[in-house]
Design a protein around this ligand. Structure first.
Ligand code: PSV
Ligand code: MN
Length: 388
């Protein structure tokens, strides 16, 4: 394995962003199970994220969700992040948890509600300015539950208008990442249900608008790697919200449900320039750890993304291209399957050791005693969760 310096360099350079909400309490609509030692505010969430970065060496960025992570002083939060060796990643807007948004946010038939939603999105850009964040991540729960409930084409017009207002406010080097989702919470139509809708809006907006692919947001059986290849080719893949699903938007650990799918996605990323820093693809996690310990679950997810990336980098591209141009169907498939079947854990252990890390991030984390310390030290106060 040690004869692969180029592969190792790419693995050393890849960064995986972790979500602040992954460290807080979460659950399903049936129950939120509180866990001991869970952070009580965004400062403590960053302290937990720093443990993930310390163990893996590749997770310096943390996505925030507003208002869950709203603070008085974003300069102070950013300085706290820097003290921990972290940076603020994407700012996720939240226009889905207010009574006003029952019939939608930026697509609501009421112009007052639309204005309120746009104000929130603009506030998120202010927070980007204050924290040095590059990405505004937009997901809209907007949609309808019943045929005839609203004019679906008119809703597209309202959406385009709101996006244009926010796009115009973006500064130099800032991006808007538009996320799509097939269904939930709306069950008849979502206003941004698929990559095509997101892509069309981003294309109209301009180069700072790109699509984000949340791996849990598709119909079962959707070929996500095709979407990834298409968007990369068009220069419109802004990033991923990685997580895995068995049924709907399960938000389980990335790579847990279908490691082969994650490999296929990373194969398209690696083969289409998506691992080059200048392409700007953000590898973010968007997960909730409802029953498992949160920090080790985030570490495991980071490792799963790294393993899929390493396997994708091991694909013999020359042999693949030769088999493809020869029309050798089985040969081409074998090249891909050989890479997928490779045990890349020793390679990743070497990469970690070469960067001064413990070869086993989970063992490194356990050795810190952080879980015991926070369980004892974070008694009292209200634990952070979806509504915080
Ligand atoms: C929506 O399901 C979503 O994927 C969006 O990214 C939200 O911001 C996030 O989940 C909240 O958990
Ligand atoms: Mn998401």
């Amino acid at each position: 394995m040690s004869e692969r310096p180029a592969v190792k360099d790419v693995l050393k350079a890849q960064r995986i962003e972790t979500p602040s909400w992954g460290y807080g309490n979460s659950g399903t609509r049936f129950k939120v199970f509180a866990q001991p030692g869970v952070p009580r505010d965004p400062f403590e969430k960053l302290a937990d994220a720093a443990q993930v970065h310390a163990a893996t060496g590749v997770a310096p960025k943390v996505s925030l969700h507003i208002p869950w992570d709203r603070v008085e002083d974003y300069g102070k939060l950013t300085a706290h992040a820097a003290d921990l060796g972290l940076e603020i990643g994407a700012i996720n807007a939240n226009v889905f948890q207010d009574d006003d948004y029952k019939l939608g946010s930026v697509t609501n038939p009421d112009p007052r509600v639309r204005r309120k939603a746009v104000e929130h999105l603009l506030e998120c850009v202010d927070i980007m300015d204050a924290t040095g964040s590059r990405d505004l991540k937009l997901w809209f729960s907007d949609g309808t539950n019943y045929p005839g409930q609203d004019d679906v084409a008119a809703r597209q017009g309202r959406l385009a208008e709101a996006l244009a207002q926010v796009y115009a406010r973006l500064g130099e080097g800032q991006r808007m990442l538009l996320e799509y989702k097939l269904f939930e919470p709306a069950f008849y139509t979502m206003d941004v249900p698929d990559w095509g809708t997101a892509y069309a809006h981003c294309l109209k907006l301009g180069p700072k608008a790109q699509v984000v692919v949340d791996t849990g947001h598709h119909a079962p059986g959707t070929n996500i790697e095709f979407i990834v290849a298409f968007l990369l080719r068009e220069g419109k893949l802004g990033g991923f919200d990685f997580n895995s699903r068995f049924y709907a938007d399960d938000d389980l650990m990335a790579g847990a449900a279908d490691p082969f799918q994650l490999f296929r996605i990373m194969h398209e990323v690696a083969g289409n320039g998506g691992l080059a820093a200048e392409t700007g693809v953000a590898f973010m996690l968007d997960q909730c750890h409802n029953i498992e310990a949160k920090i080790p679950a985030v570490i495991r997810s980071v490792m799963n993304v790294q393993e899929a990336t390493a396997k994708a980098l091991l694909v013999d591209r020359q042999a693949l291209a030769a088999a493809q141009s020869d029309g050798d169907v089985l040969g081409a498939n074998a090249v891909l399957m050989d890479a997928f079947a490779t045990d890349v854990r020793p390679l990743l252990a070497e990469v970690r050791a070469e960067t001064g890390l413990h070869p086993d991030p989970l063992a490194a984390y356990r050795a810190t005693g952080w879980a015991e310390k926070t369980t004892a030290g974070r008694a009292g106060g209200a634990q952070a969760g979806w509504g915080a």
